[in-house]
Unconditional design. Structure first.
Lengths: 290, 525
């Protein structure tokens, strides 16, 4: 089955894609029914999610097997790289929408509601006396969600920044070890990365608890609570996915799947992790700090 | 050693009657075929919705459907045509053509390719099912503006989640195109030797990857505003409904270029063949496409001139929008210069391409009128806008797709189509498309609002004409169906060259093209 250089690789047919369509469709229809208040929607979504997990294992399992059998040549490797790169770019744009909402709310909608610029008359007739101030009184003229205390930057969030930044370092260390063929360092570095990710998530949970229980800050706290929880929430979701991917890669490292010059799966996971890192820096600056 | 390697167990396709072949296929031609048929079926469904709209508007007064249903028809018609017809049809063309044009055996990521297609039937089943739900289908317009859209009944989460699903399909399809173009070109096929169809699709794919996630973000905000108490679009909580419009159109305007750029590529392939001259200004075509793509990111608020933007915003978006006329003009000029003193013949693909140039330009001109902020205050939300976007989309995008099918059909199925039927199809389509949409300019300028099931008496004549035109156009498309099926079944055998002066690698392959396009890289001149 040796792969000649300048020949192409075209994989055989696969039943995983259509299986994936059924899985995701089940998941989405379940979610929609759940939102519409049916009693069974949630369960249906869970079934869909389970199917999706099976699909991911099956599909990636096939790819891993083919890769281990040496079926992929350098060209396939480059295709995977471009695929992963543009996937991450699409994720960047997804976050851009939420950052955009944050900037818009802070720079336009809140000032306008407070009577700046063309908002003067609206303010006079609809929201007399309302004056927004970010972050402490940014839940709109309706005081939606009631009084709240905003989340400062220098407690848990700063610790979380340190955690994620060091996880980037340990990951790079693991990568160098992989390239130099030091298995022990590779596994320790990767393990530390996953662990730091998990600790980050634990801190995030603590922070949310703190916000809900002591700050009066909830998803419903006007635009401040909305942007705070949606941005950090989607980020946390991505950290979770990234950590799961890295954990899978850790297991693959332990079973000796990678060689010093052939380990794209590792690199893809690392790219993803760094992307999640960079998003966090954006969050730290724009959600917590300024 | 076989050169199409390892994983592929069979070099021949299974029988076309095997369901498994179509469900599990990783072949770019099979997947392209699936996309194209899917688009055609959606075209019929979306077309029937359009005819419901036109039937109701045949005369003033409410006669056939209730207003709520009418509104869900306008909403669904747009969603079907944009996401279900034009985008999948272009992806189908990309699948069929890009590997052949760049000298590759297949797409770069064939299994993902399969998934990109097989998402669509599920996503559209979800979307269409909303018509039967409590509270009816979505009726707030395809632009999904809050707060109106948030009043949708049970349909809302289905609409939003199915759009996420469609977005997943488009993003994966686009990633595949980019990876294919960047990585699968035969040695010697440099970027500046690529056919323009490949170039325009590369840039389209980039736009898709950049803006589909933004739409996903925006509709996610709708969902959380409705079900989880967030305040993105709620002024009482410090948000702003207008913010949704910014997010939507940041996606929406690049989206309209997603719907037109591949057509530019198609027309740029067809005109030189039938003018028997190389394309005039190849490099300027590439740069113009790039410029259009760049500008498309900074013009979005021309859809929002009347919502109450600061003056600086009105001016910026007005001038930026008018700037797009420059690269667009470069393209039209190049097509005309290509034909100048060429020895032209007028086979069906050429007719559709010429129809494209003329009628797309009409849409471009009405676009320029709309881009003038002060006058847009009169035109906005009238039938004039409806006339504008239908001129760029129907005799624009749809004509280009049809032209592409005529042009490459002999390569796909190995048989020539009937030229007589083809020409009839062209003339019927052209006459009826103008009968449908030209009068809309007049009623629009005179003040007839869009998305309303009833209208004032003085608009009656033109509406009657539009309805007759719409039925004529719809029926003419059945002719197209007959013609395509006939060509697949029988017809004069096509040579590999097919057209006398056609340039490009796809014409070096036999007709019909072999299952794996190029199993060894071709030599590039
Ligand atoms: C020559 C370049 C173009 C210019 C200057 C232009 C300008 C505009 C403007 C200003 C509007 C908003 C009108 C209003 O709502 O008051 C508009 C609407 C629209 N345009 Fe264009 N346009 C151009 C090309 C295109 C192309 C190529 C397409 C698609 C293939 C397109 C599709 C649309 C659509 C779908 C709408 C209506 C969206 C809606 O409100 O539902 N336009 N155009
Ligand atoms: Cu636009």
């Amino acid at each position: 089955m040796a792969q000649a250089e300048n020949s192409y690789y075209v994989p055989h047919g696969s039943h995983w894609p259509i299986f994936g369509s059924v899985a995701v469709c089940t998941l989405l229809v379940g979610m929609a029914n759940y939102l519409n208040g049916t009693s069974w929607g949630g369960n249906m979504a869970l079934v869909g999610f389970g199917l999706l997990v099976i699909m991911l294992f099956g599909w990636f399992g096939t790819v891993v097997k083919e890769s281990r059998a040496g079926l992929y040549n350098a060209q396939v490797d480059v295709s995977f790289r471009w695929g992963m790169f543009w996937f991450i770019f699409s994720e960047v744009m997804f976050f851009a929408a939420f950052f955009g909402a944050l900037f818009y709310a802070r720079n336009y909608s809140l000032p306008w509601l407070s009577g700046e610029g063309s908002g003067a008359i609206t303010n006079m007739f609809l929201y007399e006396g309302f004056e927004a101030s970010w972050p402490s009184a940014a839940n709109g003229p309706g005081n939606v969600g009631g009084e709240y205390k905003p989340m400062g930057a220098w407690g848990l969030p700063a610790i979380n920044t340190a955690l994620l930044l060091s996880s980037g370092v340990t990951l790079t260390w693991a990568h160098h070890a992989l390239k130099a063929g030091h298995r022990a360092q590779l596994i320790i570095g990767l393990f530390l990365t996953v662990a730091l990710g998990a600790i980050f998530m634990a801190c995030q949970v603590l922070e949310y608890k703190e916000a809900y229980e002591h700050y009066g800050l909830t998803l419903g706290s006007g635009i401040y609570g909305t942007t705070f929880f949606m941005l950090t929430g989607f980020h946390g979701f991505h950290v979770t996915i990234g950590a799961i991917i890295l954990a899978v890669i850790l297991f693959r490292c332990m079973s000796g799947h990678f060689s010093s010059d052939n380990h794209f799966a590792f690199e893809a996971a690392a790219w993803y992790w760094h992307f999640v890192d960079v998003v966090w820096l954006g969050l730290f600056v724009f959600v917590y700090l300024v | 050693m076989s050169t199409v390697a390892a994983g592929d167990h069979h070099d021949h396709p299974e029988s076309p009657y095997s369901i498994k072949r179509w469900l599990f296929t990783t072949n770019h031609k099979d997947i392209g075929t699936l996309y194209l048929w899917f688009a055609f079926i959606m075209f019929l469904i979306g077309g029937v919705m359009a005819l419901v709209i036109r039937t109701e508007l045949f005369q003033p007064g409410l006669q056939f459907v209730d207003p709520q249903f009418f509104n869900s028809m306008t909403t669904m018609h747009a969603i079907m045509m944009i996401f279900g017809v034009v985008m999948p049809a272009f992806t189908g063309l990309a699948n069929w053509l890009i590997p052949m044009m760049i000298g590759a055996p297949d797409m770069a990521l064939p299994r993902m390719n399969n998934w990109s297609f097989w998402i669509l039937p599920f996503a559209f089943a979800m979307m269409l099912s909303t018509l039967f739900m409590d509270g009816g289908g979505p009726a707030g317009g395809w632009t999904l503006y809050p707060p109106l859209t948030l009043q949708t009944g049970d349909a809302l989460p289905f609409v939003i989640l199915s759009m996420h699903f469609m977005g997943l399909s488009s993003i994966m399809g686009a990633i595949n195109v980019v990876a294919t173009v960047l990585n699968m070109r035969a040695p010697g096929m440099t970027l500046m030797k690529m056919p323009l169809f490949v170039w325009t699709w590369l840039i389209t794919a980039y736009l898709l990857i950049a803006v589909m996630p933004v739409l996903a973000g925006g509709i996610t905000m709708l969902l959380t505003d409705k079900y989880f108490g967030t305040s993105f679009f709620n002024a009482a909580g410090g948000g702003d409904p207008v913010m949704f419009q910014h997010i939507f159109w940041f996606f929406g305007h690049p989206e309209v270029y997603i719907l037109i750029l591949p057509s530019f590529g198609v027309v740029s392939s067809i005109i030189p063949t039938f003018a028997r001259k190389p394309l005039f200004g190849y490099a300027s075509m590439v740069y113009a496409t790039g410029a259009i793509a760049f500008l498309s990111f900074i013009v979005w608020a021309h859809h929002m001139f009347t919502v109450g933007m600061p003056l600086a915003g009105e001016l910026f978006f007005m001038f930026a929008t008018m700037l797009i006329a420059v690269p667009t003009g470069v393209k039209v000029f190049n097509w005309i210069a290509t034909m100048w003193r060429g020895s032209m013949t007028f086979e069906t693909p050429m007719l559709f391409a010429l129809g494209f140039i003329v009628m797309f330009s009409i849409g471009g001109f009405s676009g320029l009128m709309l881009a003038l902020a002060p006058v847009d205050f009169q035109y906005h939300d009238t039938y004039f806008v409806v006339a504008h976007f239908h001129y760029v989309l129907v005799p624009g995008s749809i004509f280009a797709i049809i032209a592409a099918v005529y042009y490459w059909l002999p390569k796909w199925c190995g048989n020539m189509y009937s030229e007589g039927l083809g020409k009839t199809h062209f003339w019927l389509s052209t006459i009826f498309v103008n009968l449908t949409f030209f009068p809309m300019h007049f009623v629009g300028l005179a003040g007839m609002p869009r998305r309303i099931p009833d209208y004032a008496l003085q608009f009656s004549d033109y509406n009657m004409m539009a309805t007759i035109g719409a039925f004529g156009f719809g029926l003419s498309q059945l002719l197209f169906l007959v013609l395509v099926i006939k060509a697949i079944r029988s017809g004069k055998k096509a040579t590999s060259q097919v057209w006398e002066d056609a340039e490009g690698l796809e014409w070096t392959l036999p007709s019909p093209a072999p299952y794996h396009s190029f199993s060894t890289p071709p030599a590039i001149k």
